[in-house]
Design a protein around this ligand. Structure first.
Ligand SMILES: Cc1cc2nc3c(=O)[nH]c(=O)nc-3n(C[C@H](O)[C@H](O)[C@H](O)COP(=O)(O)OP(=O)(O)OC[C@H]3O[C@@H](n4cnc5c(N)ncnc54)[C@H](O)[C@@H]3O)c2cc1C
Length: 481
């Protein structure tokens, strides 16, 4: 995305919403007639709430549908297609890559009323409609001695539809995997309004839908795998004078056979932000802090694994603190969960990168990004799921006083660092509009064309969430003559 376009989408005042009474718009009139007034939002004051995600503002949608069933979704898609209007599926809008921000006047289908959730303990499965909030799956499974492991930090608000749209991860993903790993079957509505029911067998079309950010189909139901929770967990915090030491500790622990349940990293700037906010007594002087959980059903094995990780941290020159109780462990994890609100106190907006690099180059990558941040004069913090090499460099900025173009340039440079070191643009937040233009650097022209072919095969008219993931065609051909 160009800086100009980013400025448009990050500034709520930059685009004037259409002031016309859209009730008279043919799309709204048809949807009202087919679905009734309770499921259709057409007043400007209502529609304004549906033009943003957690980082970007976009264009005010023409109309919003709140479906209560798959049939409602089918109706909405068919009416929008008949009117030639693009369609955007929306969950809780907690996305961090611009996935739900409309780039043109569109129909938004907001799934927040599709919240049916059933648990089948004997099959260790839950069947969820897309509007079910992530945490509710685990809460519903708990009485049956089961959990749903995917744990994005947003799990109190994000939805299953949005999690699958982005293939969301979380601290537990190193050991337990990401959202897509828990999908056994999917129901989705395609760009023509046809309903499909998929398992993970032939061609794994469900796998293609997962992480496709609503550009290939709209998920209307998911069958999710549940697992019994581990009986024991132990928490450890380690801090280091050098980022390289932290990376070395992680590699050494994994090489020695440890598979920690959680393995999280915070840099000095990030620790400082959280400490300013919560005053937990975190080591401000450290260049890197690791938060680590080991878990399992056998206490001795869990303790042994913790000891193994501890040795790796000490061997790399770290200082280790064991949580002596569940409450102390919980307090340490509060630090990690509070990063977002802590950063929100520093600047009103942030650009949240989501790169993944091989663990062997992590220290170098963190240092290079730090140097870029310092040179830019912008406020940058880094944290992430270090076990997977998934880093979240966050550029904090105020669009009223700081150059959005400079933010974009820094984000681009960070993406290039990841690519140069053999990494990728996104581990869990998706590409959306934010990283769309970086795709030309990350993906070779032949592969990019294959991605376009997939999109064309499933959505020939380009009606579903247009402008997301894939950079505009003509621009990419200029970039690769
Ligand atoms: C404080 C905070 C912490 C976060 N922590 C994490 C984290 O730890 N890990 C992580 O991975 N993410 C994290 N995120 C990002 C975000 O919460 C996730 O991407 C989440 O999966 C989005 O869910 P949502 O319901 O808000 O989806 P939305 O933002 O509404 O939508 C996300 C994408 O999915 C598509 N979509 C929505 N519903 C459907 C559907 N039914 N069918 C098809 N496509 C659909 C949308 O079009 C969009 O492209 C965090 C965000 C915040 C604000």
């Amino acid at each position: 995305m160009t800086p100009e376009k980013l400025a448009l989408t990050t500034n709520s005042r930059a685009r004037k919403p259409r002031s016309v009474g859209v009730a008279g718009h043919p799309l709204a009139a048809e949807l009202l007639a087919r679905l009734g007034p309770k499921k259709v939002l057409h007043r400007l004051s209502e529609r304004l709430n549906y033009r943003y995600d957690a980082i970007q503002f976009g264009v005010t949608p023409l109309c919003v549908v709140l479906p209560e069933s798959t049939e409602d979704v089918v109706t909405a898609v068919k009416v929008a297609r008949g009117a030639g209007v693009p369609i955007i599926g929306r969950g809780a809008a907690s996305g961090l890559s611009g996935g739900v921000t409309p780039l043109q006047e569109s129909l938004v289908i907001s799934f927040t009323r599709m919240t049916r959730l059933e648990v089948f303990p004997q099959r260790r499965e839950a069947v969820a409609q897309p509007g079910v909030v992530t945490l509710q799956v685990s809460e519903a499974a708990k009485p049956h001695g089961l959990i749903y492991p995917p744990d994005p930090a947003s799990f109190r608000t994000s939805t299953i539809g949005g999690n699958l749209g982005e293939n969301a991860g979380g601290p537990l993903c190193f050991k337990y995997g990401v959202s897509g790993d828990y999908v056994r079957a999917l129901e989705f509505v395609d760009a023509e309004g046809e309903v499909h029911r998929l398992t993970r067998e032939a061609y794994d079309l469900a796998g293609l839908l997962i992480g496709s950010e609503g550009t290939l189909g709209l998920i209307t139901e998911a069958t999710l795998r549940l697992t019994p929770p581990p009986r024991y967990a132990r928490t450890l915090m380690a801090h280091f004078a050098e980022v390289g030491q932290a990376a070395e500790a992680v590699s050494a622990a994994i090489a020695a056979g440890a598979v920690p349940a959680k393995l999280e990293f915070m840099d000095r700037a990030c620790v400082g932000a959280v400490e300013d906010y919560l005053h937990l007594g975190l080591p401000r002087e450290a260049e890197a802090v690791l938060l680590i959980d080991t878990d399992g059903d056998d206490l001795d094995t869990v303790e042994e694994e913790r000891a193994l990780v501890e040795r790796a941290c000490l061997g790399a020159g770290g200082v280790v603190r064991r949580a002596q109780s569940e409450a102390e462990g919980e307090a340490l994890w509060r630090a990690r969960r509070s990063i977002s609100p802590a950063l929100g106190r520093i600047r009103p907006q942030r650009m949240n990168e989501d790169i993944v690099v091989p663990r062997s180059v992590l220290a170098e990558v963190v240092r290079e990004i730090r140097a870029l941040g310092d040179a830019s004069g912008l406020h940058l913090v880094q944290f992430g799921h270090i076990g997977d090499g998934n880093l979240h460099p966050n550029i904090l900025f105020d669009p009223r006083t700081e150059s959005v173009g400079a933010v974009h340039d820094l984000a681009h440079e960070i993406a290039l660092v990841a690519i140069r070191h053999g990494g990728v643009l996104s581990g869990e937040h998706g590409i959306g509009t934010m990283k769309r233009d970086f795709m030309r650097d990350a993906v070779d022209p032949v592969t990019l064309q294959a991605l376009r072919d997939v999109k064309r095969a499933l959505d020939p008219a380009g009606a579903l969430n247009p402008g997301k993931i894939l950079p505009p065609e003509e621009e990419s051909s200029h970039a690769h003559p």
